[in-house]
Structures are given as C-alpha cells and as structure tokens.
Unconditional design. Structure first.
Ligand SMILES: [Zn+2]
Ligand SMILES: [Zn+2]
Length: 80
C-alpha cells in the first residue's frame, strides 16, 4: 500500500541539517544533541535551501511499514 508523498519540511538546521516540521522553531536555536553537545545551529526556513525528494522512499517517508532511514520519515533531503 502506498502512502502519499510528504510535504516539504518547514525548515532545517544550518549546522546539523536536522529537519523540522515545526514553523514556530524557525530562527530558534537547534535543540539537537550531537556527540553530547547541543547543536549551535539555528533552524532556517526551508525556503533557504534546495530540496531533493528522497529516492529511498520516493518522497513518502516510509519504506514498507517502517520509517525511511535515509530521510528520517520526512520524504525530503537537502540538496547537495
Ligand atoms: Zn542543529
Ligand atoms: Zn526517505
């Protein structure tokens, strides 16, 4: 069974490139912890970046019954 394609993320961190769907955290500091340290990046609007649909899940965010590991279920990856 195919699920629909995911909409583009709302934004992404400028440093760790973590994606988010929460518009309210745009321009706020990233809350991811990488190697035990809080990321120093800031979430920027998706408009700032170029996007590629994820090949592994064809933009659906799912592979079989699981979440796509390539895009963490977003269905999109930052270009480049
Ligand atoms: Zn980050
Ligand atoms: Zn994917």
């Amino acid at each position: 069974m195919r699920t629909g394609k995911q909409p583009k993320p709302a934004g992404a961190c400028s440093v760790c490139h973590g994606l988010t769907r929460r518009r309210e955290i745009l321009n706020h500091r990233c809350d991811r912890v990488v190697n035990g340290r809080r990321c120093y990046g800031t979430f920027k609007s998706a408009m700032t970046y170029l996007w590629d649909q994820c090949d592994s899940c064809e933009g659906t965010g799912k592979v079989g019954t699981g979440i796509c590991g390539e895009c963490a279920g977003f269905g999109w990856k930052m270009y480049g």
